[in-house]
Design a protein around this ligand. Structure first.
Ligand code: ADP
Ligand code: ADP
Ligand code: ZN
Length: 228
């Protein structure tokens, strides 16, 4: 015995960062590289809106205005998804937690199952870049792959590289007006989580400017070191 604390619980990683930082893009990379399940509360909420559930009805207007959906609704959709069997192999949380209340609730949920947060990875981008990233974002409906008009175009115009679908969507909230509200919400309600996780010794900062693959490498190194 080397005296180090041995845990064989499934990894839990958090991707923190403003809208457009690259959380979704890098969560998919981690899903591929490490067999983790990407849990995006944004995707879960958009699915609830599309399905017209009670949670979706309450979330819709808030999302369109660029505000944060209530902790109660977000925690309900997240905890339901976290309880599904595939999450047992480990998760990468994308866009959650976004408030101190959500972070505390997550700590409580993980404590119950004897799990812990391996790392909260903060993606750092400048505000001008973030707005440009959001303005050109589109997503394949077939497989969920994210693209960008200028920074990550499809190889064949209008056709997904991954699944070949030509059904692409753009988010209703990816517009110039809403972006500023989303950035405000981030700075006021989410940025405090950087010190929350720094205080716990779980924070890892990553320069998220530049090449998608290079950033993916930096994140993969961190993940390897915290899950070893
Ligand atoms: P988030 O989930 O943090 O909102 P996304 O991963 O959806 O961010 O990325 C926002 C947009 O920027 C997408 O169109 C994506 O293709 C693009 N993008 C992601 N990472 C980079 C990067 N390093 N450089 C340029 N564009 C990027
Ligand atoms: P982004 O790419 O801007 O980071 P997301 O897809 O993560 O966007 O979230 C889109 C919207 O969904 C947010 O602006 C917010 O209204 C809502 N949302 C997503 N996750 C949360 C959360 N954890 N808490 C509150 N609202 C959330
Ligand atoms: Zn696709």
């Amino acid at each position: 015995m080397d005296g180090s604390k041995h845990t064989d619980t499934a990894p839990v990683l958090i991707l923190l960062g403003p809208p457009g930082a690259g959380k979704g893009t890098q969560a998919r990379v981690l899903q591929e590289k490490f067999g983790l399940v990407q849990l995006s509360t944004g995707d879960l909420l958009r699915a609830a809106v599309a399905a017209g559930t009670e949670a979706g009805k309450q979330a819709k207007a808030v999302m369109e205005a660029g505000g944060l959906v209530s902790d109660e609704i977000v925690l309900a959709v997240l905890s339901d998804r976290l309880a599904e069997a595939d999450c047992a192999s480990g998760v990468v949380l994308d866009g959650f937690p976004r408030t101190t209340g959500q972070a505390e609730a997550l700590d409580g949920m993980l404590a119950v199952s004897g799990q812990r947060i391996n790392a909260a990875i903060a993606l750092e981008v400048d505000n001008v870049k973030m707005v440009l990233r959001i303005a050109g974002r589109f997503t394949c409906t077939g497989c969920g792959e994210g693209y960008h008009d200028s920074f990550k175009p499809t190889k064949v115009d209008g056709v997904c590289d991954g699944c070949g679908s030509s059904d692409m969507t753009r988010r209703a909230d990816d517009n110039a007006q809403t972006v500023m509200s989303r950035l405000d919400a981030y700075q006021l309600q989410t940025e405090p989580l950087i010190s929350y996780y720094a205080d716990k010794g779980a924070l890892q900062r990553v320069d998220a400017m530049g090449d998608i693959d290079a950033i993916g490498e930096r994140i993969a190194q961190i993940v390897s070191s915290v899950t070893a």
